[in-house]
Design a protein around this ligand. Structure first.
Ligand code: ADP
Ligand code: MG
Length: 454
């Protein structure tokens, strides 16, 4: 097999896995050779090796064989670490000035308090958070820094804070000598402002530069706050230069945080950027089962009827926090009134939460999400353009509108720039036909539906 074949395979993979996945997982792979049916690749880190082997090796193999490469297995390795020259080992870093060391020792790194319940043990893993969880676990091992920063993002209540606390808990067990500092971006700002006011900016800098692991939650908060951003940027760089681990969370991807300096965005993108997807039914059910187990111990004797957890997982799709709140209320209520927890009780006691979750998706939302996903203008959804790159997303939006709303075809037609209902029907048929054969399209539909339901 030649480099050229690999080039073609890469193009194909880009199409299949999408740009983000491609640049994170496939682009860094280096083809090192093919022999006796094995295509060998180098990956830069062990984490990447494991992830790619598990999730992409099959794709790679399939595409290689499609192009006739004589391959029946894909093997991914991490090149041997080069031995460190002896000189580098003997050259110990200058000991820190006594004052700094003491100041840092005495100050008990006053980060934000950690929630004792937010551990890895209590975190339920499912498809939507699998990668975030794996990456957090890796950081919590406290080994050599393999990606910096780890950037976790996702909507509210999907477990970002939980994972960060879990990292801190785990590190304090495994590597108690490490200084781990967790705080919200807001607290970072207050500390900074306070330091400025009290003329203790040097102490501030020293403190933040003396940690081994820095975790900043909800970093979108510092968007538009110029001097805080500036200071954050310097802290960030200083720590990265020292090979210290940084973990950041935000409610959206780095590139999408408005009013955040470009240089910070690009710095944040340098590490591993992982999103927590909206929960799916299985994950929600798993979380409910875990929590219900705990409650059952707490409220001994309380009966939980079959089907209640399934009902909740099905109906409450907003976020995990709401899901937990519902369960807490349910158990408390049932124990107060001394009744079994069954569907009737759930309906009665959670009426407000259920109603709020019973959100109807509108055609406009569908159009907006689909346009966003395929990177086309919202106006093209209703406009007349017929090129495939626009017509196809439009048809997908029509299909979702039919599936997810109760609107009739003529009504849908009206919202798509006054199209005839036969045009809408044609679009829907087209998508139905394509999704069977086109895996990417099926996955897109699945993702869009999840986004819209969440
Ligand atoms: P975020 O910081 O993303 O807004 P949190 O980490 O605060 O969300 O999570 C909200 C609540 O949901 C917390 O109580 C957390 O324990 C819980 N939670 C979120 N995801 C999970 C999960 N996968 N397993 C168990 N609990 C979860
Ligand atoms: Mg949070």
């Amino acid at each position: 097999m030649t480099e050229e074949t690999w080039g073609q395979v890469r193009d194909e993979l880009l199409r299949i896995v999408g740009k983000n996945n491609f640049s994170t997982w496939i682009a860094p792979l280096q083809l090192t050779g093919v022999d006796s049916g094995i295509a060998r690749f180098d990956a830069p880190t062990r984490f990447m090796r494991d992830w790619v082997s598990r999730n992409y090796a099959d794709h790679i193999l399939r595409e290689l064989t499609k192009l006739g490469a004589p391959v029946d297995r894909v093997e991914i390795r991490v090149p041997e670490l080069r031995p460190i020259p002896a000189k580098a080992i003997t050259e110990k870093p200058e000991p820190k000035p006594r004052k700094v060391a003491r100041a840092a020792d005495e100050a008990e790194l006053p980060g934000a308090p950690l929630d004792a319940r937010f551990t890895f043990d209590s975190f339920v893993v499912g498809k939507p958070n699998e990668l975030a969880h794996a990456a957090a676990r890796r950081v919590a091992e406290g080994g050599p820094v393999t990606f910096n920063p780890l950037f976790l993002y996702g909507g509210v209540g999907l477990g970002k804070t939980h994972l960060m606390h879990a990292i801190a808990h785990e590190l304090s067990l495994r590597c108690p000598e490490k200084r781990v500092l967790y705080l919200s971006a807001e607290q970072f700002m207050y500390r900074f402002v306070q330091a400025l006011r009290e003329r203790q900016i040097m102490d501030f800098k020293e403190l933040f530069r003396s940690v081994d692991v820095l975790m900043v939650d909800d970093v979108q908060f510092i968007a538009g706050k110029d001097s805080t951003q500036e200071e954050f940027f310097h802290t960030f760089n200083a720590l990265v230069d020292q090979g210290k681990q940084i973990v950041i969370s935000a409610d959206r991807a780095p590139g999408e945080i408005k009013d955040l300096e470009e240089r910070i965005k690009s710095r944040l993108q340098c590490g591993l950027v992982v999103d927590l997807h909206p929960t799916d039914y299985e994950l929600r059910l798993g979380i409910l089962q875990t929590k219900a187990e705990n409650y059952r111990a707490q409220y001994a004797g309380l009966k939980l009827a079959d089907g209640v957890l399934e009902f909740l997982a099905h109906r409450i799709t907003t976020n995990v926090r709401v899901l937990e709140g519902a369960l807490t209320r349910l158990f408390a209520f049932a124990s107060l009134v001394g009744r079994e927890i069954n569907l009737d009780l759930a309906q009665e006691c959670l009426v407000d939460i259920l109603r709020a979750s019973d959100r109807k998706v509108t055609i406009e939302e569908i159009q907006r999400k689909v346009a966003e996903h395929y990177n086309i203008r919202l106006s093209d959804m209703i406009g007349p353009k017929r090129v495939r790159t626009i017509a196809r997303p439009r048809q997908i939006a029509m299909y979702l509108a039919k599936q997810m709303t109760t609107r009739s075809l003529p009504e849908i037609g009206r919202r798509f720039g006054g199209r005839d209902h036969t045009t809408i029907m044609h679009g829907i048929r087209k998508v139905e036909e394509l999704k069977g054969a086109d895996r990417q399209m099926a996955e897109d539909l699945d993702l869009l539906r999840r986004l819209l339901e969440s």
